[in-house]
Design a protein around this ligand. Structure first.
Ligand code: PLP
Length: 383
């Protein structure tokens, strides 16, 4: 049994990916180029989607997808309090007002029964988060969105490879944003992609992603000269580099294997911990789904465990095991309390989960021996 520090997450980078990064570096073309073009095509095939836009990060993708919605002052975007700050930050940066719907305490996803009450005349977009890789119940969500004429941007940062009722996330619906951060199901270092079936939205994001450049516009507006693009709006610098795509092309090919191991490890936790009174374990919703297990997040039962989540995390760390906290309730951060008047008690299910949640180590390279070590240390801490 090794006593080396076991992180809660760690990327799997194959020799093929490393070789391709080196080939890219030696090729003379390291920023956006042929490898991003290939990665784009590979992702289109993977998602069976007409428009896929690799981008610098999922945060950048959420930002641009929201900006492309042309929100006006007072426009509202509905999301969940149990998410990473980027979900809410990008709503605010795009000029929207974040409106939150509490979670279903069993799935930790937005409570579909509470969603309709949050919709009003100012609502423009619903932004569900597929927490830990468990798909949100999308049928009722899209039914409501269609009935009220709302756009949907799925924050699918956790959820590449997840499926809802037999369909891969990204292969249907409005717009999805995936993350390729090193902790996520697959990585490009930093990176992400936007997937959509809306050509206008895709064109707008493509322009905003790179300085507001439009290469087609040149044909229409340029009289002569060597310039082969026009600036049609002020844009950002959110493009993905070929160095990143060189990693991503191989990660995508290896993704099924990564997910298979994630599922094995998650199921191993479910079985091993099923009769531990210290934990409330993740539970499955009754709709058909395929869970990619980006995170394994039980909730600690403080009374039985005789310690709170933070104490548990520091005990694990003292025993050389890393854990993660996903997440503190975003509405209780100072900015959100001040700017939008959120208060403790506003979203009781999310707040309870955020106090008790912990991400146990889970990544494809984790061995059964690593897994046993996590369980042994947890047993020792509680007894
Ligand atoms: C990681 C994450 C993001 C941001 O992804 P980046 O690629 O790091 O920008 C957004 N939303 C959620 C729910 C995430 O977990």
């Amino acid at each position: 049994m090794s006593d080396e520090f076991l992180p809660f997450s760690r990327p799997t980078i194959s020799q093929n990916a490393i070789d391709d990064v080196v080939a890219c570096l030696k090729s003379g073309w390291i920023t956006t180029g042929p490898r991003v073009t290939q990665f784009t095509e590979d992702l289109k095939t993977y998602f069976k989607a007409p428009y896929v836009l690799p981008i610098a990060s999922a945060t950048a993708g959420l930002h641009l997808a929201l900006l492309a919605m042309n929100l006006e002052p007072g426009d509202e975007v509905i999301t969940t309090p149990l998410t990473f700050a980027a979900t809410l930050n990008t709503i605010v940066l795009a000029g929207g007002k974040p409106v939150l719907v509490d979670i279903d305490p069993r799935t930790l996803n937005m409570d579909m029964n509470a969603l309709e009450d949050a919709i009003n005349d100012n609502t423009r977009v619903i932004m569900p988060v597929h927490f830990a890789g468990l798909p949100v119940d999308l049928d009722p969500l899209y039914e409501l969105a269609n009935r009220h004429g709302l756009r949907v941007i799925e924050d699918a940062a956790h959820a590449i490879a997840s499926e809802y009722k037999g369909k891969r996330l990204g292969s249907f619906g409005d717009t999805q944003v995936f993350s390729f951060h090193p902790n996520k199901n697959m990585t490009t270092g930093e990176g992400g992609c936007v997937v959509t079936r809306d050509q206008e939205l895709a064109d707008q994001i493509a322009r905003l992603r790179f300085h507001g450049m439009d290469r087609q516009a040149w044909n229409r507006f340029a009289k002569s000269g060597s310039q082969d693009y026009e600036i049609v709006m002020p844009g950002f610098k959110y493009n993905m580099m070929d160095i990143q795509a060189a990693i991503g092309i191989h990660q995508l090919r290896e993704l099924d294997g990564f997910i298979a191991r994630r599922i094995e490890l998650a199921e191993r936790y479910q079985e091993a911990l099923s009769d531990w009174p210290q934990w409330t374990l993740p539970s499955k919703p009754d709709y058909d789904h395929y869970h990619s297990w980006h995170l394994y997040t039980p909730l600690i039962n403080e009374d039985v465990a005789n310690m709170n989540r933070d104490q548990f995390m520091s005990e694990m760390k003292e025993n050389n095991i890393g854990t993660g906290l996903h997440y503190r309730a975003v509405h209780l951060y100072p900015y959100y309390r001040q700017a939008f008047d959120f208060n403790p008690g506003d979203f009781p299910h999310a707040e309870d989960a955020c106090e008790r949640i912990v991400s146990l180590p889970l990544f494809p390279l984790m061995t059964d021996a690593d897994h046993d070590r996590v369980l042994d240390v947890m047993y020792k801490i509680f007894n």
